[in-house]
Design a protein. Sequence first.
Length: 131
Amino acid sequence: MIVVDNSVLAGFALPQDGYHGDAVRAFKQDADWHAPELARSEFRSVAAGVLRRGETLSTLLESAAVADAAATFYRLHANEVFAVMQESPLSAYDAEYVALARRLGCQLVTTDKLVLDHYPSLAVRLATFVG
């Protein structure tokens, strides 16, 4: 079981993403993925850029379905997120991933340097995870 951030989730669902290969390997290594509900909106934001570069809407809808099926999504409580924000310089968005990994007692697989720097015992770099 792992928590994945949007860079991993989008990498998995969008074949044109630079993290696609590592994200697919991560899923093969551990397919029990978890993410905050926020990840769905973050995915759509990344997909919007892909759409504007010429990808078809139908292809992106398929990718969104892949992302939705890849993980179990959770709603976090404000106190969980604020606790992370109080102890670190993370944004509320990044704090949600850390808070969820804490709640579930598992690693957070990410590409985010700030998260990796502030939570080295909790967060692991995607490339290191697939090692």
